[in-house]
Design a protein around this ligand. Sequence first.
Ligand code: MTE
Ligand code: MO
Length: 253
Amino acid sequence: MNKKTGTLSRRKFIAGAGAMSGILLTGCDTDIYTPPAIRSGLMGVSDVLTMASQRLLMSGQGLVKEFETSDITKDFPAWGGTNPEDENYQRLASTGFTDWSLSVGGLVNRPSSFSLLDLKRLPPRTQTTMHICEQGWSAIAQWTGVPLTTLLEAAGGVKQEARYVVIDTYDGWYDAYDMFDVVHPQTILAYGLNGKDVPQGNGAPIRLRVERHCGYRNLKFLKSVQVVASVEDIGLGKGGLLSDYNWHWYAGA
Ligand SMILES: Nc1nc2c(c(=O)[nH]1)N[C@H]1C(S)=C(S)[C@@H](COP(=O)(O)O)O[C@H]1N2
Ligand SMILES: [Mo]
């Protein structure tokens, strides 16, 4: 985890805004987003993850709209970071990510590492959804990947104290997701984009899809998944790179 990523300027972050065509313009629909601090404490996470069907938890949470394949946007943009400078990332990329693995640790019962092949062997989910970037564009794509709950189950399930899943990436971005997002059926670790491997610009080999959230929370270039009880020790303590630097794009922040 990059503790103090002081070098990531907003300008660099929004670089690459030009050169796109055929992309729908919409605002980021944040009506349904409630920050974790307000939502926490509603329900113990052990209850959450042991609810076999998760129906109770999900009853107040809708799925986002899924589209037809004919709705898919031609040339899904590669936005923000597209090629992490990280030496390890470059080495892994040079061999087609055959040596890449995702560590899943923290408050799980069986901390584990998953290769790309391991992840592809877990039961997948495919969804065609609209990505909405807070910076004013949106595009529809079909994503295939392993649901985050399935991954956590493959790591033995989470411990009683688990409250957030923290994801770290190869370009210094990190974010934390509460259990409502974690168990949401459309929260997947995607290795496929429109039927092919996720291209490097879109987060190879694996990127997160948290469909109810704005673009920036859909982390690319995943490095690790860590289950924690608190985000105090993560980054500067607010749970995500952008929160740490007060770049709040959701409504009311
Ligand atoms: N690691 C990492 N994840 C990231 C970003 C990034 O620069 N680095 N950009 C975010 C933003 S603002 C958006 S809109 C989407 C863009 O995803 P795309 O490149 O597949 O269009 O990724 C998000 N996840
Ligand atoms: Mo974004």
